[in-house]
Structure formats: C-alpha cells, structure tokens
Design a protein around this ligand. Structure first.
Ligand code: SF4
Length: 397
C-alpha cells in the first residue's frame, strides 16, 4: 500500500476524480493558484525566521520582508493563476507582506519556545502492523518549558474558521499521532493554527480516544480509496482551484469555449444545442402555463354553464367531475396510525408495493449488509439512463 498524505485523503473526499488525476494518473500541471503561491512564500519566510533564530540570529522585520520579496521573485512564473477578477497580483503580494509584519510584531524574537524543527517530515503508521502509512510536513514543531509540544500550522487563507472546525480538523491531529509515535514519552501536545491574515491563533487539544477514533476513520478512508474503481467528479466551490478543468466532464466544455472569440463561441455545436434547447424549454414552459390557465377556464365555464362537453372547431373537450377518496400521504398527520391499522389487520401486502427507488439507494450506498445486498442483486440490473437539465451557471443568474 502506498504512503498516504492528509492532502491525498482530503482531495479524495472533496473530489474523487481530482484525486485520480493527481495521485493515481500523476498528471502534472504547471499551473498554481496565487493563493497557494502566496502561502508557500509566507511559509518559507517564517521558516527562515525560526531557522535563523535557532542559530541565534534574530531577523529584524526589514530583513524578513526583503527575504519574502526575494523568494517571491525567484519563484515567480507564468503558471501562477489569479482567479479573482477584482483582485490583482499586487494585492496578494501586499497581503503576504502584511501577514509577515503582524506575525513579526507578535512573535519576534521567536524565542517564546524551543523550535525542534521546521517543515518537519513525519512518516508514521495508523495501525500496529505498519499497513496504513501516512506522511506529512509540520510547519513548525516546538516545545515549551512546561514540556508541552506544539504542532504549528500557518494558514494564509482569507477565511477564519470557528473553534469547532479546529477541534474537528484531521490534519494536525494526524501529525499529533506521528509525533507521539516518534517520541513515545511525549505527554501533552497542542495543535496550533496561526491564521495570519487575522493575527489569530486557534488551539485544539486531542484526547487519546479522539486520536484512536481519528486513526480508525483515516484507515477506513484509505480502504475506500484502495477499493475504489470509480472516481466520479464532485463539483464544489473548490473547482475554481482545480488544475484539471480540461479533463473534467463537468468543466471541460466551459474550459474549451471560454477562450473562443464571440463569433466562434456562438457557432460551437454544443453552444448551439444548449441555446436551442433553452429556447424550446422556455417556450414549452410558457405553453404549459397558458394550457393550465385555459384548462381552469374550461372547468369554470363547464361549471357555470352546467355542461360536460364543450364544442370547438372540429374538436371538443369533455369534462368529468369526480370525487376521489384521499388518505394522508407520507409525513402527513394520521399516516402512522393509518399504516399501523392496515398492518395490524394483516392487509399490508394487499395495498403496499416495493419502493424500488429506496431499494436502489440502499444497495448503491451499501446501507444493508453485504449478504442481503448480494441476494437482492440477483434481481437487479444496471441500465444506462440520462438526465438533461437546464440551469444558469453560478454568478450568471
Ligand atoms: S473541476 Fe471540480 S469536479 Fe472537476 S475534477 Fe476538478 S474538482 Fe473535481
């Protein structure tokens, strides 16, 4: 089994297709979001601050900022992509600078604890046999005078999560397991996230039971990944940072046509088909609305004139007035009593039928035990179907 990383696990959870392209097919891309680029440069700068401090050299703020400028320029390449249209590259660069300034103001001379390592690689197993191996990089590992270890993680995102998010975060808790495996005498570990854009620390402490539970969940996820045969795309807000829009069935067409000039765009066969489909659907909707109104008018007319047949030009309509017996539907009041009455009278099989949609759901989602699913599947078959639905792309409503 390969060595997994937290980012592999979360990529699979977020989008199995992106996981497959990145980690199984190993398709490399030269593009990188500006957010990731900025994050890397800030991380490098803070690493320098602590690495130098370990050698007793305390960097003044101008030195750190100058280092930040240097690594920014050295690493800059055309493949760095700014997705947001309203924010420029200079805004991002200035944001990184501000993060370093506020961090320096708060933590210089970087001596409140002992840095054990920066960008420290940890490789550890999630079980006793070494079957489930995980690796990661700890931004900074330190120890305070009271013997407590601190796993630090720098966050450059523009979103500040809540305490409950920190308490349920998996990445640093996995590193906690790694630190404990490396130094079994470690007693206390604090997980510390530095949200640099907010000058805010979030701290979480995990119990041994919580770590066991986390390891069990991670092992189960690794088993799912190892057994996966299907890697469907899963759209989310994270798609805007995905490096594979040209290989994703959800984004490929948009990716292909967005660079076309308007005259070619409007002639592209897919664009033509969707435009025609939308036009017809709009017409069908208008016709349906008008049909309902005319139908209601016919019923009113029939009631008013006391007729059950109305003649047109070569056509006629007949109207039948009926009274139908109704019973409470699912989730309506009285339903439970009604069901119990029918079951109690032994008449359930006379009036019920198998819900095959719910059955397919139970099988597909593995909600029943394997033996029962295998038995049920003797009668199941897979049929290809398609659904076409029309919507407005997000942001173009
Ligand atoms: S664009 Fe979105 S859905 Fe498609 S592969 Fe990337 S993350 Fe998955």
């Amino acid at each position: 089994m390969p060595i997994y990383s937290h980012s592999q696990l979360s990529t699979y959870e977020q989008c199995p297709l992106r996981y497959r392209l990145s980690y199984r097919d190993r398709i490399k891309r030269d593009t990188e979001g500006i957010e990731a680029f900025l994050g890397s440069r800030v991380h490098e700068t803070l690493k320098k601050a602590y690495d130098d401090a370990r050698l007793t050299k305390v960097n003044a703020l101008p030195e750190l900022l100058s280092y930040y400028e240097t690594v920014w320029e050295q690493n800059w390449r055309d493949g760095v992509v700014v997705t947001r249209k309203d924010v420029t590259l200079q805004h991002y660069k200035a944001l990184g600078k501000k993060m370093i300034e506020t961090y320096h103001a708060r933590y210089a001379p970087f001596s409140s604890d002992t840095t054990i390592d920066t960008e420290m690689r940890v490789v550890f197993s999630l079980d006793g046999e070494g079957k489930y191996q995980l690796q990661g990089f700890i931004d900074r590992l330190s120890r305070t005078g009271d013997g407590v270890y601190h796993i630090h993680d720098y966050k450059t995102s523009a979103h500040l999560p809540g305490q409950s998010d920190a308490d349920s975060d998996r990445q640093l808790a996995l590193y906690h397991i790694g630190v404990k495996k490396r130094w079994p005498d470690v007693q206390q570990v604090r997980l510390v996230w530095h949200y640099l854009a907010f000058d805010r620390e979030l701290v979480s402490v995990r119990s041994d039971d919580a770590l066991d539970e986390l390891a069990t969940g991670a092992r189960k996820l690794i088993d799912d990944i190892e057994a996966a045969a299907d890697f469907p795309p899963r759209e989310s807000s994270l798609c805007q940072w995905c490096e594979y829009p040209d290989l994703c069935p959800n984004r490929k067409h948009l990716y292909m046509v967005e660079s076309l000039p308007v005259n070619q765009y409007l002639k592209e066969p897919g664009v033509l088909l969707v435009n025609r489909y939308a036009e017809l659907k709009d017409k069908a909707k208008d016709i349906e609305t008008e049909t309902d109104l005319v139908r209601e008018a016919i019923v009113d007319y029939a009631k008013r004139e006391y007729v059950t047949a109305i003649r047109g030009s070569g056509r006629q309509v007949r109207i039948k007035f009926d009274k139908k017996l109704k019973f409470p539907g699912k989730n309506e009041e009285g339903r439970e009593h009604l069901v119990n009455t029918v079951i109690g009278a032994g008449k359930w099989m006379d009036v019920s039928q198998l819900d095959t949609t719910a059955l397919a759901h139970a099988v597909e989602d593995g909600l029943w035990d394997k033996k029962l699913i295998a038995e049920v599947m003797k009668h199941g078959r897979t049929e290809e179907s398609s659904t076409v639905w029309l919507s407005r792309p997000k942001g173009e409503e």
